[in-house]
Ligand binder design. Structure first.
Ligand SMILES: Cc1ncc(C[n+]2csc(CCO)c2C)c(N)n1
Length: 259
């Protein structure tokens, strides 16, 4: 090897040059071939095990294969309706906390869509089960519904726009994943499934829009954010992911106040 005979200083210099070259090459490669992990990737990763339990929950499975008893679905509709009333108020808080007109308009649009489209699917199902819109609206919240909505409203009112989104996101995102999963697994039998409209709605690209927009906004808001703040947002994301699980459990067991 010719350079073995070179003075030590030159070898070091060459070694240095070689190292620089490698690192430049590697950096270029990294940029070309691997997308760096975004904050929403990190959130998704940390909630993975909780979401797996949501996806395999017996209530979710029973919607998917159409075997869920109707009285259980009726109970779900009522609790979910009043949950969605509070959830919509978070979009209104989003309007208040937004930093520009475009974001204000988008929160107002999703608020309207939730009330006019998502809650209308509940109203239509409720009519089939002989439940009026008034009865839906007058439902008494169970301990879980109250705790879940209360957590989000409290965090959103006292926190930043990013806190608000971290609370909203598991709900919109995980339902989309559940919708897609149930459609993929049970797509062939949906004609015979009483809950097909529910599955079709939550797996539709229109419903997928909301969480995708929330992710984009969260990425913007968290750019350069200190780790301590990111951890607070991650906590909201994990707590509300756990509340999603508790909500499925609550409807499965038809939870009520003990006294
Ligand atoms: C407990 C509970 N969690 C999530 C949703 C689904 N969801 C609520 S708002 C929204 C997107 C914006 O409209 C979606 C997908 C639900 N209905 N109930």
């Amino acid at each position: 090897m010719p350079y073995i005979h070179l003075p030590r200083s030159v070898i070091q210099e060459r070694g240095f040059i070689l190292a620089v070259n490698i690192s430049i090459h590697f950096k270029g490669d990294t940029m070309k071939h691997t997308k760096s992990k975004t904050f929403s990737d990190r959130l998704h990763e940390s909630a993975k095990e909780i979401w797996k339990r949501n996806h395999s929950h017996p209530f979710v499975q029973a919607i998917g294969n159409g075997t869920l008893p109707e009285h259980k679905f009726a109970y779900y509709l009522k609790q979910d309706y009043i949950y969605l009333m509070d959830y919509s108020k978070l979009f209104a808080l989003g309007v208040i906390k937004a930093h520009n007109v475009e974001t204000m308009a988008k929160f107002a649009e999703i608020l309207n869509e939730t009330i006019q489209i998502e809650m209308d699917i509940h109203r239509q199902y409720a009519l089939e089960f002989g439940i009026t819109s008034k009865q839906l609206e007058d439902t008494e919240p169970t301990p879980t519904t109250l705790a879940y909505s209360g957590y989000m409203l409290n965090a959103a009112q006292h926190g930043t726009l990013a806190d608000l989104i971290a609370c909203l996101l598991p709900c919109a995102w995980d339902y989309y994943e559940i919708g897609l999963l149930l459609k993929e697994r049970n797509g062939k039998d949906l004609d015979n499934n009483r809950y097909s409209k529910w599955i079709e709605s939550y797996s539709s690209p229109e419903f997928g829009e909301a969480h995708k927009w929330l992710i984009t906004l969260l990425e913007e808001l968290t750019e350069g954010m200190p780790e301590k703040e990111l951890q607070r947002l991650e906590k909201h994301f994990l707590v509300t992911s756990r509340y999603e699980y508790l909500f499925w459990d609550m409807v499965q067991n038809e939870q009520d106040w003990p006294l």
